[in-house]
Design a protein around this ligand. Structure first.
Ligand code: NAD
Length: 368
């Protein structure tokens, strides 16, 4: 009992569901955190090494993200244990088995996350009748293809940059994790005049002070290659992405990559958190004390879930982009203003904003 309730507090989690179907080779965890604002929404992650605790922390992040973005959704998350690069037939079998297992958990609407995509959500919808982030063939807005989250990260940078007088023309950007979030964030920022000087994937870091060619790198990744397969630029280990001096450092890979033991290596002015929980609390505090503006994950990377929520209600791609732009700009400004006013970490200000919205929703519910 103690183990199960170690994460419990005023806000949740409402349910932690362990799914094990040995015959299908399926092991998964679903966490439904708080549903005061509406049915829980959160991605399905496929990875070999995710813990129940990480799943809970990601679900809680979704509670704050959805509430901060003013969406009619609570927070949830799920994890399927496995290698996301397994053969596609096998992946379909496992994702469909997962969908079958959650079919009657109506309080949770799955979406894509690391290791899953629109196609996976199509399979989930086929099995359960509900999923977000669907392929366009069945009425979805292809949020990975259009780069909804990266678009929101760029909008966040636009506003946050104003707080430190950062001119985006020529500003140096580094992206850790050149995937769905990272590459589009870099692309939308480049449209505002920034230069991508460093990027990494799980195979290594690529560095070029003169600027990396975004189109070429995206094409390379689309072919399933690694950044190190790119003929130009300096090739460094994956971890070296921390050491590249820049104006904007975007984490867009895994949790807890910036910690007390390595935060000193970052030389940047602004960190919009593309990834979820990329910094430990100590690291975030250290950055703040050094004057680095950290825009917390659940404010900066809400573009994807805003887009998915608009899709779920039958809205258009144009409406999705407009809403992302408006909500992320407003929230970034509100959070950074409150942080300055109250001399607190941006995360504390963002939490206060989200908590206030969740508490207001909880007040309307029978079980608080
Ligand atoms: P993705 O799988 O498309 O890309 C992740 C990238 O990170 C890949 O290029 C991978 O090689 C790289 N990577 C993995 N481990 C690494 C390491 N140790 N060092 C450097 N690079 C590494 O995933 P994504 O959808 O872009 O998600 C990235 C992060 O953003 C996750 O934390 C996810 O929860 C968060 N997020 C994603 C979305 C979305 O719309 N996709 C929305 C909100 C938040």
């Amino acid at each position: 009992m103690e183990d199960l309730f170690q994460f419990a507090d005023t806000f949740g989690p409402a349910r932690i569901i362990h799914i094990h179907r040995p015959a299908a080779g399926l092991k998964a965890i679903v966490v439904i955190d708080n549903t005061a604002c509406g049915p829980a929404v959160g991605g399905v992650r496929m990875a070999p090494d995710v813990s129940a605790e990480e799943c809970f922390r990601l679900a809680r992040t979704m509670t704050w993200k959805n509430a901060a973005a003013g969406l009619p959704h609570g927070g949830g998350k799920s994890v399927i244990f496995g290698d996301p690069h397994m053969p596609i037939d096998r992946k379909e079998q496992i994702v469909r088995a997962f969908a079958g297992a959650i079919a009657d958990i109506a309080g949770y609407i799955p979406g894509p996350d690391m290791g899953t995509d629109e196609l996976c959500m199509g399979w989930v919808k086929d099995e359960t009748g509900r999923a977000m982030g669907l392929p366009s063939a069945i009425g979805g807005i292809p949020l990975y293809e259009i780069g909804a989250t990266g678009f929101g990260v760029a909008a966040c940078v636009d506003v946050a940059g104003g707080f430190i007088g950062l001119d985006l023309k020529g500003a140096r950007v580094v992206v850790q994790g050149f995937g769905a979030v990272g590459k589009h964030a870099a692309r939308f920022l480049a449209e505002k005049g920034t230069v991508l000087v460093g990027a990494s994937d799980s195979g290594g870091t690529l560095y070029d002070l003169a600027g990396l060619d975004l189109t070429a790198l995206s094409a390379l990744k689309a072919e399933g290659k690694r950044l190190h397969d790119y003929p130009r630029g300096q090739k460094l280990p994956a971890d070296a992405v921390l050491d590249i001096e820049c104006d904007i450092w975007i984490p867009a890979a895994r949790p807890d990559v910036v910690r007390a033991d390595n935060v000193g290596r970052l030389k940047t002015r602004l960190m919009p958190q593309g990834a979820n929980i990329p910094c430990t609390a100590e690291a975030e505090k250290a950055l703040h004390e050094r004057g680095v503006i950290v825009v917390p994950d659940f404010i900066a990377n809400a573009g994807g879930v805003i887009c998915a929520s608009i899709e779920y209600r039958g809205g258009t791609q144009r409406a999705a982009f407009d809403t992302i732009d408006e909500r992320i700009r407003t929230n970034t400004r509100l959070v950074l203003e409150a942080s300055r006013r109250n001399k607190e970490l941006p995360r504390a200000a963002a939490l206060a904003l989200a908590e206030q919205r969740v508490r207001a929703a909880m007040a309307t519910r029978r079980w608080r």
